[in-house]
Design a protein around this ligand. Sequence first.
Ligand SMILES: C[S@@+](CC[C@H](N)C(=O)[O-])C[C@H]1O[C@@H](n2cnc3c(N)ncnc32)[C@H](O)[C@@H]1O
Length: 290
Amino acid sequence: MGREDTHGLGYRRVDDDPNVAVLLATMEGTARWDATRRLRSWERDQLGLTGGERLLDVGCGLGEAALALAEDLGDSGAVVGIDASEEMLRGARMNARFARCRVRFTVGDACFLDEPDDAFDAVRAERTLQWLADPATAVAEMVRVVRPGGRISLIDTDWSTFEIDVGDDELAAVVRDGMRTERHRPSNIGRRLHDLAHAAGCVPFARTEATQTWTRWDPDQSPAPLGCFSMESLADDLVSTDRLALADRRRFVSTIHDAARRGQFSMRLTMYAVVSGVTDARQGSRLTSP
Ligand SMILES: C[S@@+](CC[C@H](N)C(=O)[O-])C[C@H]1O[C@@H](n2cnc3c(N)ncnc32)[C@H](O)[C@@H]1O
């Protein structure tokens, strides 16, 4: 198995990653998760976009979600996607070639949106906040660029919900404890989306969650379960944080791989979604007028 098959997944600086192709392919994988599909469909219902509206996707990645929502905007609507990665945007522009409405995919920073106040009817961010040092600033920026009466949609993973069951309680506990510790990024942000939106002056009006479950995976065919990191990189992560002894690393990986080969592998991860209204003028005074 090559290093490109085993490295961890990091989306802070995609373009600097030697395995950028893996990062892009993994995004395509996560778009196929049942949980992702369910949350995007739910989001579409909640946002209720209509013809002529303008949508911004912050950290749009390959643009698939924004382009699916664009179908509700008709010919006269507009979609803007911003992302820190030119490589992601290259993919997004390819995906956009059959879009009906105006589409612009551009490099940008979620915490400093280069867009005017009140420029959009709806703004979304999916699995972007978990990569930011300051998610609250990014949400405040989303609020700034939405017009009063507009909507904000936040979707994110909560990695503290991640569990592996291969019939080994000790291994399951190591994984659970390792993932429950938030380290260099707000990876447990999923469950905090409601509070983040509320703190930014939004009025959350709908929330839901969806759990992705993997029960089938052949480690001899695919280096990692669909849209996920490899078990080698998970082991490296647990070793680096002293959850797993280096001497146990090989056994950790082979226990999971062997169980998967026997069909005794189960893994789960929960994602959360919140859709909010933005009710009045600027951030800070955007709360409903008396
Ligand atoms: C896990 S991917 C999610 C992509 C897409 N939203 C989706 O759900 O398919 C995270 C994305 O956030 C982007 N990103 C990370 N930091 C960013 C920042 N500071 N500003 C804008 N985008 C950022 C990455 O380049 C990557 O495309």
